[in-house]
Design a protein around this ligand. Structure first.
Ligand code: NOJ
Length: 567
């Protein structure tokens, strides 16, 4: 063999080795639970909090707003806890200035909110100037206060007309409708908004909206509905990214991403290959369902394999999981300037086969069982166990699978038990402390996290759970018509993390907790006094005027009788 040939072959092998080692594999066996890490975040790390339109704005039928699928869903009986609705919620629509004061109090760098599609396009084909104006004011006020707006286009409130006319996300025509809406937002707000999120948590839209029916529009199209909805959402996302890229990017210089939600799945037995595969399936059916097409052009292999095989066993000619054409694959691949990550909790996962003759659903397609460790704290919602190390695992998984993308944590936080009015939320302090610390460790591992959004700024409407689950840093008294906000102790704690850009040293951080809880019992007294205040308001606003009117009426009648008698 000639020398030049040999050298050529060696180089070829070298390139191959380099390529292989560049495509990193996630290491399932290395789950090290390091102790607390004292240190700071990179300079310029962005700290924020968030909320969404239907969950906080209220004003559901004001100033020309159209109906959304959530207005219609919550107005039906039996869909939400105590039939709660978002009709007035936190009345955020009327409280821009008040809420920005709360953000200032926290020293936030960014605020994440969503635009209500039917508020600005009530019937999806005409524009509502008053609705547009509301977001103009919100964006301007944020910028004046040096808070960066991170704007979500779709946080679940589809215009009802699109549901009625086309069946919502089951229909391909949503892609163009969504693109028109996004274009309107880029045109109107893009001079000031530089971070756009196309969809918030499409997993929920697909699974809870079209598979289990727990969320609007409440459809139970088991085994097919979620896959079809997701397919159209992914294409709609790609179209909007391309529109921004070709029409707006050069003028506006912003970024377009998507916010994906994912719980972490940890193998029950880390040495058992079957458990590892089941855990990986869990994660691929969650975040991978959307992230893999967006970063690599197609659905995860494991989804195609499992759903395809089960469809064949059912006797179907094609898979229940739709497929992308090769043109679509290259159109979708790479449509993400940053990845939004919503994460709250973790499950242990093990292999469990679901025979396809017992009905096929998104859940049974995965062939796995989820477990929790009874020692994990569950301070709030029944599904939300605090497992901080799962956050670091999830972030490292994203790094290895999708080429270390730029990440913004778009949601992370914890709720409290039903009907809790406690402002000294020590469990939330603990949750934030530990989860934020795991994020810091992930950054040390090399994960490219640029910002963190505490979920949420305020207590708000929590979808099918109504007002029974409170995620806020600020407590909202929904019973009082003024919807007053009260800081929980976690406000003081989160603020200290922000001001120090991390966790400086043990002594200081340990001090923060006691400092944070110093004032909360006083505010708790205020809150306790609140029913009395509302009672007093009722007395002055209703009882006093009614009694006065009655007195005047009675005196008039007496006067008339007296006058008659005289005559
Ligand atoms: C994810 C959703 O995007 C958000 O709206 C909700 O408040 C949280 N989950 C908590 O349930």
């Amino acid at each position: 063999m000639m020398l030049s040939h040999r050298v050529g072959r060696v180089c070829h092998v070298l390139v191959l080795v380099l390529c292989l080692s560049a495509a990193e594999d996630f290491d399932w066996s290395a789950n090290n639970h390091d102790s607390f890490y004292y240190g700071t975040f990179p300079n310029g790390f962005s700290w924020g909090a968030g909320g969404s339109a239907y969950q906080t704005e209220g004003a559901w039928d004001k100033d020309g707003k159209g109906l959304s699928i959530w207005d219609v869903f919550t107005h039906k009986k039996g869909k939400t806890f105590l039939n709660d609705t978002g009709d007035s919620s936190c009345d955020g629509y009327y409280k821009i200035k008040d809420d920005i004061l709360l953000m200032k109090e926290l020293n936030l760098n960014h605020y994440r909110f969503s635009i209500s599609w039917p508020r600005i396009m009530p019937t999806a084909d005409h524009v509502n100037e008053k609705g547009l104006k509301y977001y103009d004011v919100l964006i301007d006020e944020l910028l004046e206060n040096r808070i960066t707006p991170i704007v979500t286009l779709y946080h679940w409130d589809l215009p009802q007309v699109l549901q009625e006319k086309y069946g919502g996300w089951q229909n391909i025509s949503m892609i163009n409708y969504f693109s028109d809406f996004a274009n309107l937002c880029f045109e109107r707000y893009g001079d000031r908004v530089k971070y756009w999120i196309t969809f918030n948590n499409p997993w929920s839209v697909a699974v809870e909206g079209y598979e289990t029916g727990e969320h609007a529009p409440g459809l139970k199209l088991r085994g097919t509905g979620a896959y079809r909805a997701a397919h159209h959402i992914i294409k709609a996302h790609a179209k909007v990214w391309h529109t921004y890229d070709s029409q707006w990017r050069s003028k506006q210089r912003g970024m377009v991403g998507i916010s994906l939600y994912g719980d972490w799945g940890e193998p029950v037995d880390i040495t058992n290959q079957k458990d590892i595969e089941a855990a990986e399936r869990y994660v691929q059916f969650y975040i991978g369902w959307f992230a893999t097409p967006i970063f690599h052009g197609d659905y995860p292999h494991v989804m195609k394999d499992f759903i395809g095989r089960k469809s064949t066993q059912q006797g179907l000619g094609t898979s229940r999981l739709p497929s992308f054409s090769s043109q679509e694959k290259s159109y979708i691949k790479g449509t993400c300037d940053f990845l939004g990550v919503g994460h709250f909790t973790t499950r242990y996962v093990t292999q469990k086969s679901f025979p396809s003759n017992r009905g096929n659903t998104y859940f049974s397609d995965r062939d796995l069982a989820e477990l929790v460790d009874p020692r994990w704290p569950d301070p709030g919602s029944e599904w939300l166990y605090s497992v901080p190390w799962g956050f670091r695992r999830m972030l490292n998984f994203i790094k290895t699978q999708y080429g270390n993308p730029m990440i913004f944590i778009t949601e992370n936080g914890v709720s409290e038990k039903i009907m809790c009015t406690e402002l000294c939320d020590v469990w939330r302090i603990q949750y934030y402390k530990d989860y934020i610390n795991e994020m810091l460790k992930a950054i040390r591992d090399g994960v490219n996290v640029k910002g963190y959004t505490a979920w949420s700024l305020l207590d708000k409407f929590e979808w099918d759970e109504g007002y029974s689950e409170r995620f806020g840093l600020y407590y909202v008294d929904f019973k009082n018509k003024n919807k007053p906000r009260y800081p929980k102790a976690s406000v003081q704690f989160y603020k200290r993390i922000i001001n120090s850009n991390g966790f400086p040293n043990q002594r200081e951080v340990e001090n923060w907790k006691s400092k944070a809880t110093e004032t909360c019992s006083t505010s708790n007294q205020l809150l306790a006094a609140d029913p009395l205040t509302s009672h007093m308001e009722m007395v002055t606003e209703v009882v006093v005027p009614t009694v006065c009117t009655l007195c005047i009426l009675i005196s008039a009648v007496f006067l008339m009788i007296l006058l008659r008698k005289r005559n």
